[in-house]
Design a protein around this ligand. Structure first.
Ligand code: FES
Length: 106
């Protein structure tokens, strides 16, 4: 299973197993990762699953869709590497993915 590392805003890292075909948000919720609220359950409608994708992984995770970009307007402290992690599908090549969570959502 691809490993995904979540680094929280204090710098603490948690590495979890991600299921291919699931989303990074689902891996976060399953593993009780702090700082991910995911209030809409993955519908790209809440912007409370905001993460920063580690620069080394930005090309592999791809770009946000137009709908995701619109929702990111509601996220806190958006950066060029910001994504809503319910919109990142876990694939085998994402093994080792590192994302950082902002100190608050919304
Ligand atoms: S869980 Fe709501 S936008 Fe990702």
């Amino acid at each position: 299973m691809p490993k995904i590392t979540f680094v929280d805003s204090s710098g603490e890292a948690r590495t979890v197993d991600g299921e291919v075909g699931a989303t990074v948000m689902e891996a976060a919720i399953r593993n009780a990762i702090p700082e991910i609220a995911a209030e809409c359950g993955g519908g790209c409608a809440c912007a409370t699953c905001h993460v920063y994708v580690d620069e080394a992984w930005v090309s592999l995770t791809g770009k946000a869709s137009d709908q995701e970009e619109d929702m990111l307007d509601f996220a806190y402290k958006v950066q060029p590497n910001s994504r809503l992690c319910c919109q990142i599908k876990i694939a085998a090549e994402l093994d080792g993915l590192i994302v950082t969570t902002p100190d608050r959502q919304g």
